[in-house]
Ligand binder design. Structure first.
Ligand code: GBH
Length: 489
């Protein structure tokens, strides 16, 4: 599968950082221990259990709340420079608001952070990776503009508690998934299913909340704590089906991730022009008095512009794009996809690893990094997630080793042409609760045995590969991990 190898071995630049990532709801478990409040994923998995594959829940997950020492041991085995994890808002703020802080929750994160620092592993914290307190959801969650205050109060508590030791902060993981999947679609908590409205309200509030938290850190904490902070955008590459679909593919890029990147990283700020035009035109045709896309004020545009020290990028796969203006009723109207006016699908020439959405398309990663460099003045990029799943259990994950080799090669190609990528993060350190796919889709460098209380973790072949990559700071396309050697620190 490693056709057309252009380089046998390639060095990473001096100072390049390698890590892995997880998120709180996906690994912690202990869903109501020690004063943790209910989050939107607790509610979804308990109240509508079988919307998730196999009726799985994150009640116990990998039990990292109790297994954090083993987790840090795995980081040491791999030789990670850093570990990116997220804080559970409902674990830290039992009332959702700033009046009470759960000491036990703070202790858990302090223990994890201190254990990592003992071994020189840099903690990187995501403030929000999808587990909103249920009480805030009852108030409308990200569609309520007051979420801006709720989020910045929570961020302040986190900067105060951990900022003396934590120098890398991510405000929000994947706004597109939060807003589209959670509020427009019914594929993530809270399953709002209000496409055409709710995702746009969410997008505006989320960007303002992010920017307020950024400026809070920048003004009050950076001077004394000296860290760096930004947002994490999920971006797929959108490839035109034919020459005729080049504009359509660009529209898809602008809606799907430009919606969040353009307000922050472009010169002009604000939502992308094409998005404002298309939603306004459709809204007028549909008889609305105003665009379904809310406007930012001039001050908001200014505040959001530049509010990220780096471009945090989660990238997995690509889609093919073909123009479809819905004249034949392909999309419900009004809806987000009706507003974009495209159909997205997967090329049958792309490598299939058993997932409907994740096809292996390394050249899409190269094209995406190139576009980010060209469109936004070559921002520093932190690749905050990249990886692939396996559907069946097992340690010999050759497909994943090949995935990593080829995506890393594509990333190095973009870096050779000037992309300023400084950080790479494998998703994930270990198997975890893969949202609507439950424990079916496994992304771990370490396998987790979910059928025994210990939740034992075992290194896969890809863990051996990643360890060697980090040890040598070199991508060797021919490296074949030897799993007969025990994994040690
Ligand atoms: C990331 O999202 C998340 O940050 C992380 O928590 C997650 O575990 C990881 O990816 C792996 O999925 O089934 O056709 O509706 C990645 C972006 C986009 C991936 C939507 C799942 C579902 C497509 N996600 N996609 S579909």
């Amino acid at each position: 599968d490693l056709k057309n190898i252009r380089h046998e071995k390639r060095k990473f630049p001096e100072g390049f950082l390698f890590g892995t990532a997880t998120s709180s709801y996906q690994v912690e478990g202990a869903w109501n221990d020690d004063g943790k409040a209910e989050g939107i994923w607790d509610r979804l998995t308990h109240a509508r259990p079988c919307t998730v594959k196999n009726c799985d829940t994150g009640d116990i997950a990998g039990n990292s709340y109790y297994n954090y020492k083993r987790d840090v041991e795995m980081m040491r085995e791999l030789g990670l420079d850093f570990y990116r994890f997220s804080l559970s808002w409902p674990r830290i703020l039992p009332t959702s608001f700033s009046d009470q802080v759960n000491e036990a929750g703070l202790n858990y994160y302090n223990n994890l952070i201190n254990e990592m620092l003992k071994y020189n592993i840099e903690p990187m914290i995501t403030l929000y990776h999808w587990d909103l307190p249920q009480k805030l959801q009852d108030l409308g969650g990200w569609t309520n503009p007051h979420v801006v205050d709720w989020f910045t109060d929570y961020a302040k508590i986190a900067f105060e508690a951990f900022g003396d030791r934590v120098k890398f902060w991510f405000t929000i993981n994947e706004p597109r998934e939060v807003c589209y999947q959670g509020y427009a679609g019914a594929s993530m908590a809270p399953l709002y299913n209000m496409s055409g409205y709710a995702e746009y309200l969410c997008a505006k509030n989320l960007l303002v909340a992010h920017a307020k938290a950024y400026h809070l850190y920048n003004n009050e904490y950076r001077p004394k704590q000296g860290g760096t902070i930004g947002i994490v955008v999920s971006a797929s590459w959108h490839e035109p089906e034919t020459e005729n679909d080049i504009v359509a593919a660009e529209d898809a890029n602008q809606f799907e991730w430009g919606q969040y990147a353009h307000p922050i990283f472009s010169e002009s700020g604000d939502f992308p022009a094409v998005m404002k035009e298309r939603v306004a035109a459709n809204s007028a045709d549909q008889g609305f008095f105003r665009s379904r896309l809310p406007e930012f004020t001039a001050e908001e545009i200014d505040m959001i512009k530049g509010s990220s020290d780096f471009f945090g990028l989660n990238h997995y796969t690509s889609s093919l794009i073909v123009r479809n203006e819905s004249v034949n009723g392909y999309h419900v109207s009004p809806s987000y996809y009706d507003d974009i006016g495209v159909i997205m699908y997967k090329s049958n020439t792309w490598e299939d690893i058993g997932s409907p959405w994740l096809k292996v398309v390394p050249e899409g990663f190269y094209k995406l990094l190139t576009k980010i460099r060209e469109d936004y003045g070559n921002p520093t990029v932190f690749v905050t997630e990249n990886g692939c799943m396996q559907i069946t259990a097992g340690l010999e994950d050759d497909t994943r080793v090949s995935f990593y080799k080829r995506y890393l090669e594509a990333m190095l190609d973009a870096m050779d042409e000037g992309s300023d990528v400084q950080v790479y993060t494998a998703w994930s350190l270990m198997d975890n609760f893969e949202w609507m796919q439950g424990y079916n889709d496994r992304f771990g460098l370490y396998e987790v045995n979910f059928s025994i209380p210990e939740r034992t973790r075992t290194a896969r072949k890809s863990a051996y590969f990643y360890k060697e990559l980090i040890r040598t700071k070199e991508l060797d396309m021919h490296y074949e991990p030897d799993m007969s050697v025990p994994m040690t620190i």
